[in-house]
Design a protein around this ligand. Structure first.
Ligand code: UFG
Length: 331
């Protein structure tokens, strides 16, 4: 099976590409490298095309015979989506529509979409059938694309799975793949930076949330488990599986303070912690119900929070400049 992976040079995308390659899939990457890293795709062919550039995307479908599309080509910073929503609607919504149109008009009817827990808003044990209530433009772009997929499925028979990622974390140190965002905003890499003495410490954003210790609760899931789910979703659709959304989380929630405590224990390193005001747009609690992923895909997370912290720590320790100074590998 030959798969076009849009956004394949990004954090999650590069893990998807490596996982698909490891399982014998043919992979071509579409990524304009606005946030991704060329090094992260190894020797896989990469095309620096914008997803919302229809003629260029269409040309790519003419040049290769794809069997499926995996679309991870989204901007994903919640704060930025509030200050510059146009960028998010143009790229996340227009880009996905262009890709879907180009796929359908080229006879490709299988689409795996990277959606997000952000479609739920604030929720404990979120199920796919629950009402969607995104609280920021980023989450709304994800909901809009999911609605488009549903309509394209009903009208044109596009087969799709929208994978709703909860909090992706971890790395794949053996393949030199990890998380390199500019700027980095996510909790676990921020903790790792503090442990490695690359920052003054970790700031805890808000201590008066409606949770037991007052800090936000999230559902962390290993990026390699997320990657495997894309492959399983492709196989599921190929075997006649039903289109729709599927949550990818661990089903367990950890508060910010619990993650900090776990990190100190796993790596056995201390670091300063400072308590500051809330960050705008953060829901109190966001945890997945993952029964559907288990029942439909046969997927379950194989790695826990300690693995995520340890893998992230190893990758950041060994890549002090992220992907900054890397040559292309022989993968
Ligand atoms: N946090 C801190 N200090 C930090 C960084 C984060 O206290 O330095 C807290 C946040 O306030 C939040 C938790 O740690 O409560 C997790 O924050 P992350 O930034 O790691 O992740 P988010 O939950 O904000 O973001 C994730 C995805 C987004 C998605 C969002 C949906 O990365 O793509 O969930 O809510 F939109």
């Amino acid at each position: 099976m030959r798969v076009l992976v849009a956004g394949g040079a990004g954090y999650i995308g590069s893990h998807v590409v490596a996982d698909l390659k490891e399982h014998g899939f043919g992979v071509v990457v579409l990524d304009n490298l606005s946030t991704g890293h060329q090094w992260a795709v190894g020797r896989v062919p990469i095309h620096g095309v914008r997803t919302n550039d229809y003629p260029m995307v269409k040309a790519l479908f003419r040049n290769y015979k794809f069997d499926a599309v995996v679309d991870l080509a989204s901007y994903s910073q919640v704060g930025e989506s509030a200050s510059d929503p146009m960028k998010y609607y143009q790229n996340n919504v227009e880009g996905a529509r262009t890709l879907m149109d180009a796929a359908l008009s080229s006879g490709v009817d299988t689409y795996i979409y990277s959606s997000s827990a952000a479609v739920y808003g604030n929720q404990m044990s979120a199920r796919e059938v629950d009402r969607l209530d995104p609280i920021n433009p980023y989450g709304r772009t994800k909901r809009q694309v999911e609605e488009m997929l549903e309509d394209y499925h009903a009208a044109y028979g596009l087969k799709y799975i929208a994978l709703r990622y909860f909090n992706a974390a971890g790395a794949w140190p053996e393949k030199s793949l990890g998380e390199d965002h500019q700027p980095e905003t996510h909790l676990i890499p921020k903790i790792v930076d503090a442990m490695l003495g690359r920052s003054d410490g970790v700031k805890v954003f808000g201590t008066n949330y409606k949770t037991l210790d007052g800090t936000c609760i999230r559902d962390y899931v290993h990026v390699r488990d997320i990657a495997a789910a894309h492959r399983m979703a492709l196989q599921y659709l190929q075997d006649g599986g039903k289109s729709g959304p599927i949550n990818l989380g661990s089903g367990k929630g950890y508060s910010v303070l619990e993650v900090i405590k776990a990190a100190k224990f796993v790596v056995d390193r201390d670091f300063p912690v400072e308590y500051v005001d809330r960050r705008p747009g953060d829901p109190d609690v966001l945890v997945a119900n993952i029964e559907k992923a288990k029942e439909t895909l046969g997927w379950r997370p194989e790695r826990n929070l300690s693995h995520m912290i340890w893998d992230a720590y190893q990758w950041h320790r060994d890549h002090p400049d992220g992907y900054g100074d890397k040559r292309r590998p022989g993968r």
